[in-house]
Design a binder for this molecule. Structure first.
Ligand SMILES: [Zn+2]
Length: 286
């Protein structure tokens, strides 16, 4: 064999990545969608529900997801049909991964999406007459506002405590009480009335900067625990969708622990690499 041919093969072998999983080949810059699709594919119950789907019901995207999941089990897969169905016309425009996570779940059959569905109750209590008013609503994601502090590490556990802490509203923000028939000071209390089987948290890493009069991304460190205990539920972290860059541009990737191999992988569009476990000797990731 001549030397040139050997070199060509060597280069090809060097560029060859071997992974247990396959990437997504998409039109344009749809990393926000790819990260979310890989997350859903790597969620055992969701994948199983979608794979059971045999309906031709065009009001849901189950059949399209099933085709994608079948493809992903064999090779690099295409997302063209999904981008079209999701109404993404400009595939070069950056969008929000959390928004598309919700969009996909809204378009999926309830049997498949129910594992992500939880319910919150905002209870408003009039400080004067103690009358309470319940307002229940479902959610796919709990949004946590990351505080604008460059020196401190933001703690997800503290963020959740803040989300569920009581808030007193008064002055201009007073609420109308039907029993008192006027605006009164009130206490708003948020409680989780139905725990989702899989809890999705959104870290809102942006804040309005009054100096430059625009929203900016908050780059502070975040402490994410391996296990969260909420009421009687225990949640183990198995997936993180990362955004690098700023609010005008950037890139999304997903780091996911496989329920099949127990290993962690980084899903970066068409490339999937095995990565070292997110949790080593410590019990949290930053
Ligand atoms: Zn009242």
């Amino acid at each position: 064999m001549n030397h040139e041919l050997v070199e060509t093969f060597r280069k090809k072998l060097d560029n060859l990545t071997i992974s247990d999983y396959h990437g997504l080949n998409s039109p344009g810059l749809t990393c926000y969608l790819n990260s979310v699709l890989q997350l859903l594919f790597m969620t055992e119950d969701f994948r199983a529900s979608i794979k059971r789907c045999c309906s031709k019901d065009s009001t849901t995207i189950d059949a399209l997801l099933k085709k994608l999941f079948d493809d992903l089990e064999r090779s690099l897969a295409q997302t063209h049909c999904l981008t079209k169905k999701l109404g993404i016309v400009d595939v070069f425009k950056q969008r929000d991964a959390a928004e598309y996570f919700e969009k996909i779940l809204c378009l999926t059959s309830p049997e498949a999406s129910k594992i992500f569905k939880g319910q919150l109750n905002h209870k408003i209590t009039c400080v004067w007459c103690k009358k309470t008013n319940d307002s229940r609503g479902f959610f796919w994601i709990l949004p946590l506002a990351v505080e604008n502090s460059s020196r401190q590490t933001y703690s997800v556990e503290r963020g959740l405590m803040a989300f569920f802490s009581k808030e007193k509203v008064y002055g201009e923000n007073r609420m109308y009480c039907t029993q008192c028939d006027k605006k009164q000071d009130a206490v708003i209390d948020c409680e989780m009335t139905e725990n989702p089987k899989i809890l999705a948290l959104l870290l809102k890493r942006f804040a309005f900067d009054y100096g430059c009069r625009q929203f900016v991304k908050l780059h502070c460190e975040v402490d994410v625990p391996q296990t969260l205990h909420m009421q009687d539920c225990k949640y183990d972290l198995y997936a993180l969708v990362h955004h690098v860059g700023n609010l005008t541009g950037g890139h999304y990737t997903a780091e996911i622990k496989s329920f099949e191999t127990g290993e962690w992988y980084c899903f970066d569009d068409d490339i999937v690499d095995m990565v070292k476990p997110l949790f080593g000797s410590g019990n949290s990731v930053r």
